[in-house]
Design a protein around this ligand. Structure first.
Ligand SMILES: Nc1ncnc2c1ncn2[C@@H]1O[C@H](COP(=O)(O)OP(=O)(O)OP(=O)(O)O)[C@@H](O)[C@H]1O
Length: 620
């Protein structure tokens, strides 16, 4: 939090209010109405019961008394009816607001530059927003709730002052020996005492709220870690590792440790609550008692009626309750600001990527030439260059194989080519023009990519391949055939309409890793873009499936320009050129035969270290 807390709080509140208004423009006015009506309800009884008692004592006019009772019931009924209606409306608006907020967050994620998606800071921010909402009741929804409580507290205090003010009128007409009760100094002294008592209690509440908030923040951190462990334990994908590596013990110890620390925190909160609520109860009872004595003496002195005892004691009690509510809600609003800030920070994540305007030339001949010119890159928030001065040119229709050891920068090279990241130095050119200058969507449309960590979704097979709800069934079937998935398709209950996975449909099919890879490959072929990029596209395929894909590779790739990353060097032989990456640089280039001639080269080393398992060294 910045130094100037007040300025910061007011600024956050303003942004919070504007954001609430954008999400649901009616929620604030309805919250205010709802809170005001809720605060009126208790005063009807306080006021009317006093009047009924007075009437009962003064007159025997039964009709008049019945009228007052009827009026009280009627007013209660109307207020409750309006209040219930407002509350119902408020709940509906709140639900709409929650949905709108979810939509807004999802839209933000979908439109965010990819580098933010991969950035751990973005994940932490998103997780914290969810945790604030789910575990700590904080965030934008809580902001509306606290706002309502503040309005209710304010309305309660104002009404109680209006109804209770008469108690401090100096009426000297009463019994002589009790005249001191109407003495100006005594009367105002009593008022000051009540106010001081209330302020003291509020002060205590602020201290306890602050301490509570600190403990809740600690609980929240511990809960985050616990939630992570629980998620892992319940994740069936992790089940194998937990059993095979006997990780039960480490989980139990870690989880046990956190549960123990949580128990300690809950104990602290409990004893703190007991202490502060004890003091609060003592002071409140003392003040309450004094109020009853003061009001009672006023009644005995004759300066107020017996019925007014209910009116005045009730309004003073409401005044104290209202003030507490004001202070609690202000504390909550201030504490909630940090959660509100998370949401604001998330929405403020900028799309920094420059998105050009030049249209990408549509070419039937697929004549797209790609060049990396002295490109260097490091991931945001890191100091190490992952790519160093990379220069490579890929002519139209050529196939470039990219090989190299783990972590040498191969996938990063592809991410830059697809503008998931922009280079820190150098430039990438498409047909001689910096790729940043092209219209982003059009440029992305040039690529069909299968990443190593591709994802399929719980849609139908056809929708997964077409990445669309409606698709060309014939073409889907063709690409399924191309990738060798046709036999498996025939076993699927609803053909290409069969859902993948069982998340939403019991007819959904589970697929193996290799089958998933074939589907991902089919998706890239369906997109039919002029440039195809395959990052380890056959890693999960059995040798026969892999052989089938390679034997068809020329047919599949056709005239497209292709980038091909693989650790299986034998599968790179069909490429026109092979680029060997090492520690972020291209250290060798050439075709397979040329590269093998350099016996001191990395390619030679990689090739022979792999080949010996196949042919005991008789390779090439
Ligand atoms: N999002 C990221 N943030 C920070 N560093 C990253 C990120 N992604 C990759 N790296 C680092 O960049 C380096 C190159 O990674 P890259 O994925 O490009 O290697 P690779 O050659 O494709 O490896 P592999 O053969 O294992 O797939 C690695 O050291 C990796 O740890």
């Amino acid at each position: 939090m910045p130094k100037n807390k007040l300025k910061y709080s007011i600024k956050t509140l303003k942004i919070g209010l504007m954001e609430v208004h954008k999400l649901q423009s009616w929620i604030v006015p309805i919250t205010i109405f709802d809170s005001v009506f809720k605060s009126i309800a208790p005063f009807i009884n306080i006021y009317m019961v006093g009047k009924i008692i007075d009437r009962l004592l003064k007159t025997k006019d039964i009709n008049n008394i019945i009228f007052l009772i009827g009026l009280t019931i009627g007013l209660n009924f109307i207020i409750h009816l309006i209040s219930n209606g407002l509350e119902h409306l408020h709940t509906i608006l709140k639900d709409i607001m929650i949905q709108n907020q979810d939509m807004k967050i999802n839209e933000k994620i979908i439109n965010m530059d990819y580098e933010h998606i991969e950035n751990p800071k973005t994940h932490t921010l998103r997780t914290k927003i969810s945790e604030a909402e789910n575990m700590n009741g904080g965030g934008i929804i809580a902001f509306v709730r606290y706002l309502g409580e503040l309005v209710k507290g304010l309305a309660t205090v104002i009404i109680s002052i209006i109804i209770g003010a008469g108690l401090f009128k100096l009426d000297m007409t009463g019994v002589g020996y009790l005249n001191f009760i109407n003495n100006r100094i005594f009367s105002y002294g009593f008022l000051v005492l009540v106010l001081l008592g209330t302020i003291f209690n509020l002060h205590l509440k602020t201290i306890s709220d602050k301490k509570l908030f600190k403990h809740f923040s600690e609980i929240m951190s511990a809960n985050r870690i616990l939630a992570f462990y629980y998620e892992r334990i319940q994740d069936y994908n992790a089940g194998k590792e937990i059993r095979l590596y006997n990780q039960r013990k480490i989980f139990n110890e870690e989880v046990g440790g956190f549960i123990q620390s949580l128990k300690g925190l809950f104990k602290k909160i409990e004893s703190m609550n007991t202490k502060y609520s004890g003091i609060d109860a003592f002071i409140s009872s003392l003040l309450g008692g004094m109020v009853y004595i003061f009001v009672g003496l006023k009644a005995i002195s004759g300066s107020i009626s017996a019925g007014s005892i209910v009116q005045y004691t009730g309004s003073i009690n409401q005044f104290m309750a209202g003030s507490t509510e004001i202070l609690t809600s202000i504390n909550n609003i201030i504490n909630n600001n940090q959660y509100l800030q998370l949401y604001i920070d998330f929405l403020n994540i900028e799309g920094e990527k420059y998105k050009g305007t030049i249209p990408v030339e549509k070419r039937d001949d697929n004549e797209y030439e790609i060049e990396f010119r002295n490109v260097s890159f490091k991931y945001p928030g890191t100091d190490e260059y992952v790519l160093k001065n990379v220069s490579v040119k890929l002519n139209i229709g050529e196939r470039l194989a990219i090989v190299g050891m783990n972590g040498s920068g191969k996938t990063t090279f592809i991410k830059l080519l697809c503008r998931l990241y922009d280079p820190d130095e150098g430039e990438i050119l498409l047909n001689g023009i910096d790729i940043k200058k092209y219209d982003y969507e059009e440029y992305m449309g040039l690529f069909s990519i299968v990443f190593q960590d591709f994802k399929l979704f719980s849609f139908s097979l056809g929708q997964n391949i077409a990445a669309a709800v409606d698709y060309d069934e014939k073409f889907v079937e063709k690409v399924i055939e191309d990738v060798g998935f046709i036999d498996r398709l025939e076993t699927m209950p609803r053909g290409i309409s069969t859902p993948l996975y069982k998340d939403f449909d019991k007819d959904g099919v589970e697929i193996s890793g290799g089958e998933a890879q074939k589907i991902a490959l089919a998706r890239a072929l369906y997109k039919d873009s002029p440039i195809i990029i395959l990052d380890e596209p056959t890693a999960a395929l059995d040798p026969i499936a892999e052989f089938e894909i390679y034997s068809k590779f020329n047919e599949i790739v056709g005239t497209k320009t292709a980038f091909y990353i693989s650790h299986r060097l034998s599968s790179c032989r069909f490429c026109d050129e092979i680029a060997v990456f090492h520690e972020g640089s291209i250290i060798q280039r050439g075709d397979h035969e040329d590269l093998l001639k350099d016996e001191d080269g990395k390619y030679y080393e990689l090739w022979y270290s792999q080949a010996q398992y196949y042919n005991e060294g008789e390779t090439a």
